[in-house]
Design a protein around this ligand. Structure first.
Ligand code: GUN
Ligand code: ZN
Length: 435
């Protein structure tokens, strides 16, 4: 299948956290992308590309819209889709009161399939083409998710939650069964088409030291496996971890002791990281998923992005919606909240930096930048087309924008799912779907 997309192309000249953010975006105003066999074949000015390619190649006209990489959501729980917007609790009580009862329903694979389908619809409608996804403790919740993702040919990272203590009985595995079930799922799904597996201990309080050690051993089973968990989201959680692991020097050390701090490890939140932790994460090459909307919703705290990105030891940071603690799957909405959190901290989050975190920087954070995250020849053709004028308010605002950075800023402040004009997965338009 071959196709030409016409519109304004967004690419990065450099990492906007390392070079001047104002100059980071490279914009081809009347640009084109040719996709063939699921990958990006060529990119450039429309006139030049059209002249070079066969006249019968179909063309999707997105003039007036921005063509960029699909969004990358580095932290999200698909089973929590229906528990979104649950009132009045902070993390630990919120888990007990709302989340664990909902996750228990995923013992039923029919229910898991129904939610997986709806979740994938919503992701694509929001322009997200890759996500790092928590399933539940039930292996069938993982099958349901990967079956749905395979069906849509999306590049997804997901895994079975490991939880052998401090959770309701119906949601507990053991160090042994958690290991065996994860091993079987790795064999079945890791590298199966575009699917990638993440070993997923929920967080230190719900795993015994034996289970965390087993998670470390799982990572030795196949190359390029991911690991995902939560880290330093709230102060109460941090204190609980200190009480549960008195022999460890801190929360990150609990994971490090089990050999879980490495490349392709994705730590959700990291709101309360110390400087020592940041050095450790930098050296290890692991990623932090910045989940600003979730942190605000649960009252968890203000992630210090400026410190995380300090140029002397920059961390790999990506954005996470963290549904159901987050209240939107739109990475535009997550970027909006990240900007406001930076404001409260007295920092500026430049639109090029926020867009980087949601796309190219997110791919880099996950060590997937050789495959996805850029509108460049050779990359997989996962694309998100943004319409800055999709609503009356954004159209009025963009009409007097002073630069492309300003257009992007307006999009991030005013944008949501209505501003997603189209989503492409491996070169096929998947949203909006054909009538
Ligand atoms: N920490 C442990 N589990 C969870 C979860 O499901 N959501 C969030 N936000 N934090 C967690
Ligand atoms: Zn989470």
């Amino acid at each position: 299948m071959v196709r030409l997309l016409r519109g304004t192309l967004l690419q990065f000249r450099h990492d906007p956290f390392l070079g001047p953010p104002e100059d980071a975006l490279q914009v081809e105003e009347d640009g084109a992308v040719i996709v063939r066999g699921g990958c990006i074949e060529s990119v450039g000015p429309y006139d030049a590309l059209r002249a070079r390619c066969a006249s019968d190649i179909p063309e999707d006209d997105h003039r007036g819209c921005l063509i960029g990489p699909g969004f990358i959501d580095a932290h999200v729980h698909y089973p929590q889709l229906r528990a979104i917007a649950s009132y009045g609790e902070q993390l630990l009580n919120w888990l007990e009161r709302y989340i664990f009862p909902e996750e228990a329903r995923f013992a039923d694979i029919r229910y898991a399939r129904e939610i997986a389908r709806s979740f994938m619809d919503e992701l694509l409608r929001n322009g997200t083409t890759t996500a790092a996804v928590y399933c539940t403790v039930h292996p069938q919740s993982v099958d349901a998710f990967f079956e749905e993702s395979s069906h849509r040919n999306t590049r997804m990272i997901a895994g079975k939650v490991l939880m052998d203590r401090n959770a309701p009985e119906a949601l507990r595995d053991t160090a042994r069964t958690g290991f065996d079930q994860s091993r079987d799922l790795i064999e079945k799904w890791h590298g199966n088409g575009r699917q990638l597996y993440a070993v997923t201990p929920r967080f230190a309080p719900t795993s015994t030291p034996e289970q965390l050690d087993a998670a470390g051993k799982l990572l030795d089973l196949a190359p390029d496996l991911f690991m995902q968990t939560h880290l330093l989201e709230t102060k109460a959680e941090e204190e609980w971890v200190r009480a549960l692991f008195p022999r460890r020097s801190g929360y990150l050390d609990v994971y490090d002791h089990a050999r879980l701090v490495r490349q392709r490890s994705i730590f959700g939140h990291g709101v309360h990281l110390t400087e020592h932790d940041r050095h450790h994460c930098h050296d290890a090459g692991c990623a932090i998923a910045h989940c600003a909307r979730s942190n605000q919703f649960l009252g968890s705290g203000l992630f210090d992005l400026a410190s995380a990105k300090q140029a002397s030891r920059p961390l790999r940071v990506a954005l996470g919606s963290d549904i159901g603690a987050g209240d939107s799957l739109s990475l535009l909405r997550v970027a909006n909240e990240s900007y406001k959190v930076a404001q409260i901290r007295g920092h500026k989050l430049h639109p090029a930096q926020a867009y980087w975190l949601a796309t190219t920087g997110g791919a880099e954070a996950l060590h997937l930048d050789h495959l996805i995250g850029a509108v460049q020849p050779g990359r997989e053709a996962d694309l998100c087309v943004l319409d800055p004028r999709a609503t009356e308010i954004s159209a009025r605002r963009v009409a007097h924008a002073t630069s492309w950075n300003d257009v992007l800023f307006a999009l991030m402040m005013l944008g949501d799912d209505r501003h997603i004009r189209a989503t492409y997965v491996a070169g096929e338009r998947v949203y909006p779907s054909a009538p």
